[in-house]
Design a protein around this ligand. Sequence first.
Ligand code: MLT
Length: 314
Amino acid sequence: MRILIISPVDPAAVARLRERHDVVCAYNADAATLRAAIVDRDAVILRSGVKLDAAAMALAPDLRLVVRAGSGTDNIDLDHLAARRIALVRVPEPGAQAVAELTFALMLALARGVRTADAALRQGHWAKYEIEGRLISGKVLGVVGAGNIGRRVGQIGAALGMRPLGCVEHPTPEATAALERAGMALAPFDRVVAEADFLTLHVPLTPSTRYIVGSDVLARMKPGSYLVNMARGGVVDEAALHAALVRGDRLRGAALDVHEHEGEGRRSPLADLPNVVLTPHIGASTVDTQRQIGERVVEIVEQHAGALPVAVPA
Ligand code: MLT
C-alpha cells in the first residue's frame, strides 16, 4: 500500500509498515504539504492536531483507507469519506486508560496546588504553609460523557473514595447498567453540573457538544469546584472560563489538556492564571499506549492490504 502518515505514531509501527509498504511521513503537515503528499496515496494514518479535509482527500483518487490512531474524528471530513466509501478505522481502546489516568493527574494537581508549590520551590520559596490542599476523596466527581473513557474515570474515582455522578447524551438500559457496575450513578447534565466538586469532560466534539460548558453552565457550578477538560477544545468556551476563574465566585480552578487553539506557538490567556493547569493534548501520550495503538495500526493496514483477514464484528 502507498501510505501517508501525517501525525507522529509509534516509530516501531512506522518501521514495520516500511517493511512491506511505501510509506511517506509528513508529520503535522500544513494544508499545502498535505495536498502535495496525498495525491498518490491509498491510505492515510493520523492522530489529532492535523486536519484531513475534503479538499485534500479529493486530490487522492486511490484513497481507500483512513486510520485514526486514536479516538476523535472531529479533524476528519466524515461526509467525504462516506460519499467515496473510504474506510475509516479508529483505535479508541488503548487511549482510554491513559486519558483516564491523566484526568486524575490534573485533578490532583489542582486539588493539591502542585503547580504553585513546584513553581515556588524552584524560586527557593518554601510555601509549605501557603499551599491549601484539598482531598478528592469524599467529593462528587461529575463525569460529562460517561462512555469508554468517562466510565473508567468514574471507576478510578470510586476507588479513590470519590462519589462519581455521570451523564450521557442518550442513556440506554445497557449503558446505565455498565455505569452502575463501574460504581457510577447517572443523572441529567444539569444535576451533574450543579453537584460536582470536580467536573470532568469526556465528550466528542460535535454540534451538540460545542460550547457545552459556557458562561451559563459555569455560573451553575458549585462554589469551590474545579473543571477538567479532557475532551476537545471547543467543548468549553475558554473566554467564559477565563472570566469565571477571574471572578472566582464558583470555580476554584481548571485544568485543560485540550484547547480551542492547539499547536506550537499558541499561548492561551488561561496561562496567565495561577489556578489553571495546562497540558498539550497528551491524554493518550504514554509510551505503552502509543505502542499498543501502533501495533493495532499495523494490523489494520495489513488487513486492508489483504495480508490479514479482516475481523468480522460479532
Ligand atoms: C484521541 O482522540 O485519541 C486523542 O485526541 C489522542 C490523539 O490522537 O492525539
